[in-house]
Design a binder for this molecule. Structure first.
Ligand SMILES: Nc1ncnc2c1ncn2[C@@H]1O[C@H](COP(=O)(O)OP(=O)(O)OP(=O)(O)O)[C@@H](O)[C@H]1O
Ligand SMILES: [Mg+2]
Length: 239
């Protein structure tokens, strides 16, 4: 599915990411955790094509996509929910979704993985507020639009950066319940999280990032060991 090898990337001649290796298998949910400034967002931006790799490879389903621009990565089954969501605030919910669905249909032909009706079933708000302007919605509601829009790009790999930060607990619960349903459907997930508790609840494995390097891997079944490792948690994960 996704294989990242020796990835260097950043914003200036000096890279922020220093040789990242990571893999995501079909239907796997994988977390990326780490303190502020660890390079999590830089990694998301590089996987989503907003930042070009300086070295290394990003292979999706056997195809090197490091050179593929961000606006064409969905054609390779990758969709991203960025920290700032990047919605069209001046358009309606429905129009935001429609644009993504059109692009997704173009990429997938008839073989749609997610339809408008399905995403509305996941998030009933999308239908209730379909004609509402996106910028008038709360942050949590906008996050739901952002996830739905990403799904309508028809990904088999969904990458999300700090999905739950700053949202009310009730909304966080609703969003995490939807992520669980998406996992059950076999969608692969990369979840970038500040909260180790949420990452542990929602994913099978994790990569712990520090200063642009993977300094620890949490393997399947090892989440509890990480949560018990106070030294690691304190040093790299904000205690
Ligand atoms: N646009 C930019 N130009 C130059 N350097 C940047 C830029 N954005 C981020 N950086 C630097 O890249 C490094 C990694 O930042 P990044 O945003 O990836 O961290 P993060 O792990 O996502 O942190 P946070 O938990 O705060 O979101 C930091 O040292 C940061 O200062
Ligand atoms: Mg970040």
């Amino acid at each position: 599915m996704l294989k990242v090898k020796g990835l260097y990337a950043g914003y200036s001649p000096v890279p922020v990411l220093h040789g990242i290796d990571m893999e995501v298998g079909p239907g796997e949910a994988v977390a990326v955790v780490g303190a502020n400034g660890a390079g999590k967002t830089a990694l998301v931006r590089t996987l989503s094509g907003l930042v070009r790799p300086m070295a290394g490879s990003i292979v999706k389903d056997g195809v090197e996509i490091g050179h593929v621009p961000g606006h064409r990565r969905f054609e390779h089954g990758i969709a991203v929910v960025l920290e700032n969501r990047n919605l069209f605030g001046e358009l309606s919910v429905r129009d935001n979704l429609r644009l993504a669905e059109q692009a997704g249909r173009r990429a997938r032909g008839g073989a749609m993985r997610f339809t408008h009706d399905e995403v509305c079933e996941l998030f009933p708000l999308l239908r209730e507020r379909g004609e509402g302007q996106v910028s008038l919605l709360s942050g949590g509601q906008q996050q739901m639009v952002a996830i739905a829009r990403a799904l309508l790009l028809q990904p088999d790999l969904l990458i999300m950066d700090e999905l739950t930060t700053g949202l009310a607990p009730r909304i966080v619960k609703e969003i995490l319940a939807v992520l669980n349903r998406l996992r059950e459907r076999g969608l692969s997930i990369v979840l970038v999280e500040q909260s180790v508790a949420i990452a542990a609840e929602m994913t099978d494995r994790a990569y712990v990032l520090s200063v642009g390097r993977v300094i620890h891997e949490v393997r399947r079944g090892e989440w509890q060991a990480l949560l018990n490792d106070k030294t690691l948690v304190k040093a790299y994960l904000h205690g």
